[in-house]
Design a protein around this ligand. Structure first.
Ligand SMILES: [Ca+2]
Length: 581
């Protein structure tokens, strides 16, 4: 749809055309029979699947269900990036961090953070509505940020709040339509992740891998909020995988495997891919040093039922908090002359994995950062081959584990034309030691059984990279060092040969995809801890990114050094002199 200029300041009018397209007599009749969403609603399942083919909107996280964080838009390219300028910015009225990317539909931008949900007129940057996050009385506000982004489907916007609620707002008005509590903070649960909608089911996860939780995913009816299913990420007695927990103990009831990021979806296979975090405690003794399924694993599940189709455990018996939660990028690529359906993950454990997404089998795994806790991943067994660090750790020694995290829980990008993964990466060890005595069990309390810290930073220290890497060969095309600060931003790749990312010190940056050279940067005023999106408005390419210091690790490096406070920025090319905009 296209806007009429005279209506530009009226978002309600501007949104009318697409809605009115649904007001066909036949559609009305079918809607009356309950076979279609009611007229006026939008973002159908088909629209979500087709998101990459509709550059005028961004409906799904990371630019599509396949989470490639790639757009073929090429109006902004290396030759004109110097003309990229902010066209509007607005406050997001929040001090706790902007880690989410917005969604865009019919000329309206939807943004979420730990304090608010916003609808903003994409043309003017003016607020259409905002709805406050209202937490339960006495809720803690620590970690009250949201990763991923808002989820939109059939006229509703879905999100979680830190106090373990999932809710739906009316996209037209911001009014709350339903609200469900799914866990208890007193048991160690909180919520920072992003739900997805797949095959008509809203799927949400939980956080709390460092306390006494048992991870799960919930399936909800998006229309009513009715809970359809729960899939625990630790199998109970009698279920396959339960034997990876010590018999006769309740370790499995508090064993972690949190689902605190978000999923990918393959509509053809009808499978959702969702990663899980560490086993809990990190101290392996209470877990019998067994594999602890399904911690640090990717699960392929059926969205209608939560049934597990297949899984791959990246790090059996995860004692280093390396997790397996990062979003899997879904791609179809040629391997040995055969087209394969793969999923690619830059795991926090430092290896970049390529799996067959039809059966979760391992195809390739290569380090993308310096790794010392394993020598390699054995392709025959799918398991990491551990170094002596594990023995030293069990003996009670203080160990330096590289990496503390390969990436800081932010999306990577995959360009299907280059076949390369682009990621921000950390070059920081974790210094970890077992507690001298076993930790007493306190429901809801931190229960890792270890002490851990990061080394202090000296001026000029190398702390990370931005890297371009082939997931099949592990060959790095280039690697750009980052000194003094690691990055906490995701990457967006575009058809213009550009990569957009950000710095913890607030610069939004554009790199040359060929070389990693920084071609352009702009100071956004706080810290870029989110991932950019790109789309067209009236056929003109724009780029939007949030700014706002948030998240424990970004704060560790930059608190006190950059201003806090959330804002969102939209950029477009300044017209060349004498040319039409
Ligand atoms: Ca789209």
């Amino acid at each position: 749809m296209k806007y009429v200029a005279a209506l530009a300041s009226s978002p309600r009018c501007a949104r009318a055309p697409r809605s009115s397209q649904r007001l066909l007599p036949a559609a009305l009749l079918v809607a009356a029979l309950g076979l279609l969403p009611a007229p006026g609603l939008a973002q159908t399942a088909e629209e979500l699947i087709d998101d990459p083919q509709t550059p005028e909107d961004v409906l799904v996280h990371s630019m599509g269900y396949d989470r490639k964080s790639y757009s073929p838009l090429d109006q902004i390219d290396k030759s004109n990036i110097h003309r990229l300028v902010p066209i509007w910015s607005t406050s997001l009225m929040n001090q706790s961090g902007e880690l989410a990317a917005p969604a865009i539909y019919d000329g309206v931008l939807y943004a979420i953070n730990g304090s608010w949900t916003f609808a903003i007129d994409l043309r003017t940057g003016r607020q259409i509505w905002r709805t406050p996050v209202v937490l339960e009385e006495g809720s803690r506000r620590r970690s009250s940020f949201n990763r991923g982004g808002p989820v939109i489907y059939e006229g509703r916007l879905f999100r979680v709040t830190v106090d373990n609620h999932v809710l739906a707002l009316d996209m037209e008005t911001g009014e709350e339509l339903w609200n469900q509590k799914f866990a208890d903070a007193a048991e160690g649960y909180y919520a920072t992740g992003a739900p997805i909608v797949a095959n008509g089911v809203l799927i949400s996860g939980m956080s709390g891998g460092e306390s006494t939780t048992r991870g799960f995913l919930d399936g909800w009816d998006p229309a009513t909020g009715e809970k359809l299913w729960r899939r625990y990420t630790i199998p109970g007695p009698g279920e396959p995988g339960h034997e990876t927990w010590p018999a006769g103990t309740d370790a499995w009831l508090y064993g972690g495997a949190p689902t605190w990021r978000s999923g990918s979806y393959d509509p053809e296979l009808d499978l959702v891919y969702w990663g899980t975090g560490n086993a809990e405690p990190y101290d392996p003794a209470p877990r019998g040093a067994l594999d602890s399924l399904y911690a640090s694993t990717v699960l392929a599940i059926r969205p209608k039922t939560g049934e597990i189709h297949c899984y791959y455990q990246y790090t059996p018996n995860d004692v280093y908090d390396v997790d397996g939660i990062d979003e899997n990028v879904l791609a179809d690529i040629e391997i040995d002359g055969e087209m394969r359906k793969v999923m690619i993950q830059a795991n926090k454990n430092g290896f970049l994995y390529t799996l067959d997404r039809t059966d979760c089998s391992l195809i390739a795994a290569h380090p993308y950062v310096y790794v010392n806790w394993a020598t390699h991943i054995d392709l025959a067994t799918g398991r990491p081959v551990l170094t002596d660090i594990y023995r030293d750790f069990l003996a009670g020694e203080q160990v330096y584990i590289w990496p503390s995290r390969g990436t800081n829980a932010v999306p990577i990008a995959f360009n299907p034309n280059t076949g390369l993964i682009y990621s921000t990466a950390w070059h920081v060890p974790r210094i970890q030691r077992l507690l001298p005595e076993p930790q007493e069990f306190v429901l809801g309390a931190s229960s890792t059984g270890v002490t851990n810290r990061f080394p202090p930073v000296e001026p000029g220290d190398l702390l990370g990279h931005i890297v371009a890497i082939d997931p099949l060969t592990g060959e790095k095309k280039w690697e750009i060092p980052m000194h003094d600060f690691p990055s906490s931003a995701g990457v967006l790749a575009t058809g213009g040969g550009l990569l957009f990312s950000g710095k913890i010190t607030g610069e939004f940056i554009a790199l040359d995809e060929e070389t990693g050279e920084t071609l352009w940067e702009f100071q956004t005023g706080s810290s870029v801890n989110a991932t950019a999106i790109t789309y067209t408005l009236d056929g003109r390419q724009q780029i939007t990114v949030a700014s706002g210091l948030g998240g424990g690790l970004a704060n560790r490096y930059a608190r006190g050094l950059v201003p806090a406070g959330g804002s969102i920025w939209t950029f477009a090319l300044m017209p060349e002199q004498g040319s039409a905009p």
